[in-house]
Write a protein that binds this ligand. Structure first.
Ligand SMILES: *Cc1c(COP(=O)(O)O)cnc(C)c1O
Length: 324
């Protein structure tokens, strides 16, 4: 297992200086209702207002801004059907380089369209018979592209950590920080930043119950692989934590807790009706736990990373309706 010496808060600080001119300093929102429900002071860091609608733009910018002139001339490749695809495509467009995105044939039409809209060249594959990582690596080799994976990359992790850094800089010390968890890019970066700024702050990763590989890994001390989980939290349908993210999570994270899809839907409704916020299911993971009463938060200052807002309107409506 890799040690964590090659990743520290210094990387997050440098990432922040590098990306600050290119990314949004997203707003922190409060809710009297949420505070009353929990007896805590909740601070929602709204990455739904980040470029491309999710925090992934931070990591993408931090990775591409460190390309050499030669890498920049050749371009970037990645595999993702979700927010990382759009983040890489938009960052590449902004920095004037080519981006090739490997996406499944059955990816939602709007996601393929959004990625193409940012100038990304989409390469489709059959996810039942082909391996996206292999295709990404092959394209990288054949065309001299640099591969930037969605979470298991030090520059990506450092970029994602700037979200927690901004939150703590803006609101002051926190007792607890809740962070959505997929492959662990966001959690590893945010935990590193939170513990450096605020050693007493507890950092909790939050996963969908159906895909609790992170929790299993955290408890057993080894990376657990699972089948693609069946959950509405499509940004957290990862099958395993990363070789780079896991040791950082082991070092800085206090616990990993799960929530159900029903809790995610309730939280989407809460955000929409009470806070006028459009949040995607995965973006609700941290808030769903904070609002659930599963953890006693009375009297505490609580940070919640609201990681993204990209949800198709018809899908949003269907989820809300099915729970009425
Ligand atoms: C990717 C993503 C996550 C999970 O991030 P990881 O770095 O893979 O853990 C959470 N929320 C949203 C909105 C995402 O796009």
């Amino acid at each position: 297992m890799l040690n964590t010496e090659n990743f520290s808060f210094d990387d997050v600080q440098k990432a922040h200086l590098r990306i600050a001119p290119h990314v949004a300093r997203t707003p922190v929102m409060r809710s009297q209702t949420a505070d009353n429900l929990t007896g805590a002071k909740l601070f929602f860091k709204c990455e739904s207002f980040q470029g491309t609608g999710a925090f992934k733009f931070r990591g993408a910018c931090n990775a591409l801004l460190q390309f050499t002139a030669e890498q920049k001339a050749r371009g970037v490749v990645t595999f993702s059907s979700g927010n990382h695809a759009q983040a890489i495509a938009k960052a590449a467009q902004q920095f004037g380089m080519r981006a090739v995105i490997v996406m499944p044939q059955d990816a939602p039409v709007i996601k393929v369209a959004a990625t193409r809209g940012y100038g990304g060249e989409v390469v489709l594959y059959d996810r039942y018979t082909e391996d996206r990582e292999q295709i990404g690596r092959r394209l990288a080799q054949e065309q001299g592209l640099s591969l930037i994976p969605p979470y298991d990359h030090l520059h990506v992790m450092a970029g994602q950590g700037t979200s927690a850094k901004e939150l703590i800089e803006d609101v002051g010390t926190l007792d607890v920080l809740f962070v959505p968890l997929g492959g662990g890019g966001l959690l590893s970066g945010c935990a590193t930043a939170a513990k450096a700024l605020n050693p007493h702050c507890k950092v909790i990763g939050v996963e969908p119950l159906a895909g609790n590989d992170g929790q299993q890994s955290f408890r057993t001390g080894g990376i657990v692989h699972i089948e693609t989980p069946n959950t509405i939290a499509d940004g957290a349908q990862t099958q395993h934590l990363g070789q780079l993210t896991f040791p950082v999570i082991q070092q800085y994270v206090d616990d990993i807790v799960t929530v159900t899809d029903a809790q995610l839907i309730d939280t989407m409704k809460f955000f929409a009706s009470r806070m006028k916020l459009m949040v995607e299911p995965t973006g609700c993971l941290g808030a769903a736990l904070a609002l659930s009463g599963q953890i006693d938060l009375r009297g505490l200052r609580v940070g919640v990373i609201v990681s993204g807002g990209n949800v198709d309107l018809a899908c949003f409506a269907a989820l809300i309706q099915q729970s009425e």
